[in-house]
Write a protein that binds this ligand. Structure first.
Ligand code: OAD
Length: 245
């Protein structure tokens, strides 16, 4: 049954030149990155609103940096899994392939995806609060509190926090791709956080064939053309195999 759904999705992809994939924490779960929600969710032990907000950083930048340092340390040794690699292979088979990720772990880039749109930023960049310059930084442990090489200002993680808006240019680019997509894949996201939670609906309204690949059902599953249950690291390689050369 699952195979039949994968085959059906592969047929759609074979006849399409524009495919968008949206990924969430589920795609990195098999690499060992904790997801946000669910029983092993990252936010179970840490309250997001205490740590991933501009207010928290203003109040206690040491605590927030210690938490990011812990996450960076956890993620740095991890490797992309077969799901990340399958998306790299899919990208090679589709004329215009756009990868949008909510993940900040950097594993799509590590796998070799070209220009993934990291809509929530990345753990591996930091931004100066004063001069706004952005720097690559992979230090683990990172010096707490890290300071800007250019102006000496305080650096913060270059990620989107609760209560912050997404970069308008990035959003505009994403919506342009969603409007043009013929097929959209939604992989390993619970659909709990806007605006990513509505991307599938936007693409569907614009005429795309939308398929969800997730270990469990989500509240959005009934809205899509296909909802395929399973692990991303197993389903995506099967999909690529069916798409063929
Ligand atoms: P969640 O933790 O909310 O959801 C993870 C989803 O992945 C769930 O629907 C799981 O069923 C599914 N899943 C888990 N393991 C899987 C696997 N091996 N294969 C396929 N699916 C699997 O994570 P996100 O939806 O990514 O935002 O969360 C969205 C945003 O919430 C994050 O980007 C983050 C957080 O607040 C910011 O930091 C701004």
């Amino acid at each position: 049954m699952e195979n039949e759904a994968i085959r059906q999705l592969a047929e759609q992809i074979k006849t399409s030149s524009r495919v968008v994939a949206l990924t969430g924490a589920g795609i990195s779960q098999e690499s060992g990155v904790p997801t946000f929600r669910g029983k092993d969710g990252l936010w179970q032990n840490f309250r997001a609103e205490e740590l991933a907000t501009p207010d928290a950083f203003n109040r206690d930048p040491v605590l927030v940096w210690q938490w990011y340092d812990w996450r960076r340390g956890l993620i740095k040794p991890l490797k992309p899994n077969s799901g990340h690699h399958a998306l790299v292979n899919l990208e090679k088979r589709v004329q215009y392939f756009t990868l949008v990720t909510q993940n900040v772990d950097g594993l799509h880039r590590a796998a070799g995806s070209e220009n993934p749109i990291e809509m929530h930023g990345t753990l591996w960049r930091v931004r100066c609060l004063e001069c706004k310059k952005i720097f690559e930084n992979r230090d683990v442990p990172i010096k707490i509190l890290p300071k800007c090489e250019a102006c000496g200002g305080l650096l913060r993680p270059h990620v989107v926090w609760f209560g912050e808006s997404l970069d308008e240019k990035i959003l505009h680019t994403i919506y342009t791709h969603l409007q043009r997509a013929q097929v959209m894949l939604i992989v390993g996201t619970s659909g709990a956080v806007q605006p990513a939670a509505s991307f599938g609906i936007v693409a569907k309204r614009a005429g795309a064939f939308v398929a969800e690949l997730n270990r469990s059902n989500t509240p959005q599953s009934p809205l899509f053309d296909l909802s395929i249950q399973g692990k991303a690291g197993e389903l995506l390689p099967q999909l690529v195999e069916h798409v063929g050369r």
